[in-house]
Design a binder for this molecule. Structure first.
Ligand SMILES: *Cc1c(COP(=O)(O)O)cnc(C)c1O
Length: 386
């Protein structure tokens, strides 16, 4: 059986009769940059995320970059983030001349650990403390970071939160008062990616920034077009951070399916749980699911032994799988100048060494999940003696 990691071809087959005419409309209009399709998508994403405003941008990376720029982050500023994430989370900070401060993750959720965050901040000297300008939590794999504590810390310091919600559209966090909040609605900025492999993926690059702050919204819109307002008059330096009309047209079709797809992913996760429980393979930890809504951009298991051998074995069996992420950011070569030692973030190191993502896409069929769990079971039966 051949089971890819992602089901994008299947998804396209199912909706192409809607996608093709929607793109034709854009061809006929010959309006490719921003415009009504982008505005419609912005309204829909804002409503879905439960925020007042949304600004379509060129990628998830640019969503992070423009948010940091809008928050006034610049050379020498410190921004706290997670080392266990896709590169662009910290890359965007460093590109502005600011300094990423890596705080290790929680062992269960893989998201930044608020206890360690507090400790790391209290360990800063007064000079560093005064340059601490933002917290950038990541909602990794589709599950929200522990926002209650992060918000309390940011408030006490008077600094903004920029949420990296690139993997978390529609994810919900249950705050201590029992209310459910959507990823991207809890900080000052929420950053989304429409990279094809994300839960809501375009046919190319795209992204969105969400905010409840009217001033930030106006600034983002200006910065998206090189800081130009009115045209050819520049008070601030922005960039070309625009979203294409073509991508917006495709995303508007796909958006109608997002809730259904999300629930299918969650159902697939439940099927995995039942099947893994039945097999009772030792040394496998399934994804932790907290009180909110995990949207499973990835279904990531942690295994005690022979992770890399398992990956090779599954690949040979035709099962797509991937390691997110093999090298935590605090020990990436490009960040050597920051002076971190591997043991500074031990939980991230362990996650990088032991986790593997399995297929979870909505089009996955139950017998395919059975096959995957079956194969993992036989790999460990043959390879681990009890
Ligand atoms: C995908 C992703 C990004 C970057 O999004 P792009 O659209 O690829 O630029 C940033 N952060 C995280 C956590 C991501 O998964």
């Amino acid at each position: 059986m051949n089971i890819p990691l992602l089901g994008l071809k299947k998804q396209y087959e199912a909706i192409k009769d809607e996608i093709i005419p929607a793109t034709m409309e854009v061809y006929q209009s010959q309006r490719f940059i921003l415009g009504p399709k982008v505005e419609e998508l912005e309204r829909k994403i804002a409503a879905y995320t439960k925020v007042k405003y949304a600004v379509g941008v060129s990628s998830g990376t640019d969503a992070l970059l423009i948010s940091l720029m809008s928050a006034g982050i610049g050379p020498g500023d410190l921004v706290v983030t997670s080392p266990y994430t896709f590169f662009s989370t910290a890359g965007s900070i460093a590109r502005l001349g600011a300094i990423p401060v890596f705080v290790d993750i929680d062992n269960l959720t893989y998201n930044i650990d608020p206890g360690k965050l507090e400790k790391s901040i209290s360990g800063l000297n007064p000079g560093e403390r005064s340059r601490l300008r933002a917290i950038l939590p990541v909602h990794l794999f589709g599950q929200c970071a522990d926002m209650d504590d992060i918000i309390a810390i940011a408030r006490s310091l008077g600094i903004p939160i920029i949420e990296d919600a690139a993997q978390a559209i529609g994810a919900e966090y249950m705050s201590s008062d029992g209310s459910l909040k959507r990823a991207g609605s809890m900080g000052n900025y929420g950053c989304f990616s429409f990279f094809p492999s994300k839960n809501l993926g375009s046919f190319g690059d795209g992204g969105m920034v969400t905010t409840n702050d009217e001033e930030a919204f106006q600034r983002l819109k200006i910065m998206r077009v090189h800081g130009s307002q009115p045209k050819y008059y520049h008070k601030v330096i922005g960039g070309n951070f625009r979203l294409d009309a073509l991508q917006a047209a495709i995303l508007l079709i796909k958006f109608n399916y997002l809730e259904r797809w999300t629930e299918k992913r969650r159902k697939n996760a439940r099927i995995y749980r039942v099947l893994f429980a039945r097999k009772a393979i030792r040394g496998i930890e399934l994804p932790f699911e907290g009180k909110g809504r995990h949207i499973y951009n990835q279904f990531v298991i942690k295994i005690d032994q022979k992770r890399d051998e398992l990956k090779r074995y599954l690949t040979n069996q035709g099962i797509g799988c991937e390691i997110y992420y093999p090298v935590p950011l605090h020990i990436q070569e490009c960040f050597r100048y920051l002076g971190y030692r591997p043991e500074d973030c031990p939980v991230s190191l362990e996650a990088a060494a032991k986790t593997i993502a399995l297929p979870i896409y909505p089009e996955l069929r139950e017998e395919q999940i059975e096959y995957i769990v079956e194969k993992i079971g036989s790999f460990y039966k043959d390879n681990i003696s009890s």
